[in-house]
Ligand binder design. Structure first.
Ligand SMILES: *Cc1c(COP(=O)(O)O)cnc(C)c1O
Length: 229
């Protein structure tokens, strides 16, 4: 087996283990292969091996790959989006996982409206209250979601978070748990035009714990494609 195939198999088996620990089946966990810095030929190989969701954190880099990679794939934007990149982003991505301000939501509304599409988004929560990270404060999440839910060309599909990095991923469990609490709470509120389908959290070094704590969408780069240069 080639490395890429092996890596995907290992990631999938870990997803299965963690899903079982949280009483779920592996099919409930969506795997987003994060392709930043990965050349399109390698992305294509991953797609040929069955990967269907691809994550990029830059609009321009995605633009260089989206038309080249063939197959039944969807691209998700997982990095911070600047307002002046919204227009191309809406054409490239099936989901923006990183909605983090009302100004950005209004720009997405405007640009999506222009081409009559409804843009799926996740709300990014800055769960560790880190100054270096974008995202909505957990305490403001409900109010923010209620405002965005009024915009007809945006559909909220869930939440995303990048918790603080800890050498020992066990220390991140607390943040994942907190995210799941917020997610379940908002789901129960049944806000009109808001679906809480996806809880996107967990990267290569902590996705097992993220899944144990309720994540149903993990974003894996290194674990699939190897170390980035
Ligand atoms: C790069 C990136 C990932 C993947 O990180 P790995 O540690 O390589 O798995 C996940 N989410 C976001 C937002 C990223 O920028």
């Amino acid at each position: 087996m080639e490395t890429l195939e092996q890596n995907i198999a290992i990631v999938k088996s870990k997803i299965g283990e963690a899903a079982a620990k949280s009483g779920r089946s592996p099919e409930e966990i969506h795997l987003v292969a994060v392709t930043k810095t990965v050349p399109p030929e390698t992305v294509q190989k991953a797609v040929n091996l069955g990967i269907t969701l691809l994550g990029e954190n830059r609009v321009q880099e995605a633009g260089e790959k989206v038309d080249i990679v063939r197959g039944n794939v969807q691209w998700h934007l997982i990095g911070h989006l600047q307002k002046n990149k919204v227009k191309p982003a809406i054409k490239l991505f099936s989901m923006i996982q990183s909605l983090d301000s009302l100004g950005l939501a209004e720009e997405i509304e405007k640009r999506a409206g222009e081409i009559r599409r409804v843009m799926d988004v996740l709300i990014q929560i800055n769960i560790g209250r880190e100054e270096t990270k974008s995202g909505i404060d957990a305490d403001d999440a409900v109010e923010f979601i209620k405002k965005v839910s009024q915009l007809p060309h945006i559909k909220i599909k869930g939440l995303m978070a990048i918790p603080p990095f800890k050498e020992d991923p066990e220390e991140v469990r607390y943040y994942f748990r907190k995210m799941n609490d917020i997610f379940q709470n908002i789901k129960m509120m049944q806000i009109e035009n808001v679906e809480m389908n996806f809880l996107s959290m967990g990267m290569t070094h902590d996705f097992g714990i993220a899944i144990e704590e309720g994540s149903n969408m993990v974003r894996i780069g290194t674990g699939i494609f190897g170390k980035r240069k």
